[in-house]
Design a protein around this ligand. Structure first.
Ligand SMILES: [Zn+2]
Length: 360
């Protein structure tokens, strides 16, 4: 079983991040102030479906006390939902069921049938933006007059493609990318439960590579933990992680900062010798320069930097002016374009690096 499935959060408390959403949903459960339709919008792999499932169990849990919001996950209802044994929880992937007939058969007809065992029948409709116009119209009619014991949770990565008429019928929640701190907390928990230890920089690498998507982070972690060693250091993790050039790039930017052309060229040569993918290095460099610029201008990011990255940014920010960072970003962006024209991609890269060292 994949790590993501094995550790799929069973309670609101164990879902990474999304504090404002969890709090609102839990309050609604405690106060019994449910609405009939919810829309969960946001990037992929940040917990929309997981939250929908926890919510569905909390609504239906038999032994949840009045002031509690978490499902027990062991009563008859919770178990039936967890094991997918109840007809009252209906998960539909709209991406493969786009047509109006599907909405009629799988949603409208099912909504009219009395619940078989649960208090609330819950429809979780994933990628809802994929529905056709006529399918949306049929769904809208149902949302306008929902049966009393039915709750709809629509999930989408592209809210702008969902008709405003549908959105206005739903309580809307905007899911965010998971912050490094929340991601780290969750990854640490899993590593501990697996009885392993991970070098600090490996966490940083996973967090950076997964870009706020919890599922991606856990899938990378799963591949790393599968290495079987109890203690996993950066060198071992590198066998699995997509090649990380971050340290090389930090060194390169350091050499550029001190206008050390020969050192910078040496670094380029060693990257080539190691078979590093140069286009990725240039892309990553541009991304790092962007972070640096944001850091220098004091603009916070929704996804804060991992600790080691932050230290690097701090150091580099002392060596560059913002104008210099802009100039170098231009050189690297130009280099990316030139690389697509030249067959010899090392040349544009070297030119960009030397121009950056010689900047005025
Ligand atoms: Zn329960």
């Amino acid at each position: 079983m994949s790590l993501y499935r094995k550790y799929r959060p069973l309670t609101f408390a164990s879902i990474a991040g999304q504090e404002h959403i969890k709090q609102t949903l839990e309050n609604e459960i405690v106060r019994n102030e449910l609405v009939h339709a919810y829309i969960f919008a946001g990037p992929r792999a940040v917990g929309k479906t997981t939250t929908a499932r926890v919510f569905a169990r909390a609504l239906n849990c038999n032994i949840r006390k009045t002031k509690q919001s978490e499902p027990c996950n062991s009563c008859e209802s919770c178990e039936a939902i967890l094991q997918g044994r109840t007809l009252d929880i209906i998960e539909i992937d709209a991406a493969s069921h786009t047509g109006v007939d599907n909405v009629r058969e799988n949603i409208i007809a099912a909504a009219r049938v009395a619940n078989t065992m649960l208090r609330y029948k819950v429809f979780i409709i994933d990628e809802v933006h994929m529905l056709s116009t006529s399918a949306f119209n049929a769904l809208l009619k149902l949302l306008e007059e929902p049966p009393s014991s039915v709750v709809f949770i629509l999930a989408t990565t592209e809210l702008q493609k969902v008709p405003a008429t549908i959105i206005s019928r739903c309580q809307r929640f905007d899911f965010m990318r998971i912050s490094p701190a929340d991601m780290k907390a969750r990854l640490t928990l899993i590593v501990e439960q697996e009885g392993k230890t991970l070098e600090e920089s490996v966490y940083d690498d996973i967090i950076r590579l997964s870009d706020g998507c919890q599922r991606d982070a856990e899938s990378l972690l799963g591949q790393i933990l599968a290495l079987h060693d109890k203690k996993i250091d950066a060198k071992l993790a590198a066998l699995v992680l997509p090649h990380s050039n971050r340290q090389l790039i930090a060194q390169l930017l350091g050499a550029i900062a001190s206008r050390n052309t020969s050192e910078a060229i040496k670094l380029v040569d060693s990257m080539i010798a190691e078979g590093v993918d140069i286009e990725t290095v240039v892309n990553d460099s541009i991304e790092d320069l962007r972070s640096l610029l944001r850091f220098m201008s004091g603009a916070g990011d929704t996804v804060q930097e991992a600790q080691s990255t932050r230290a690097t940014l701090e150091e580099l920010s002392k060596k560059f002016s913002q104008q210099e960072v802009l100039t170098i970003t231009d050189y690297f962006a130009q280099c990316l374009q030139d690389m697509r024209l030249f067959s010899h991609i090392q040349l544009p890269f070297e030119i960009a690096v030397v121009k950056s060292c010689l900047r005025s």
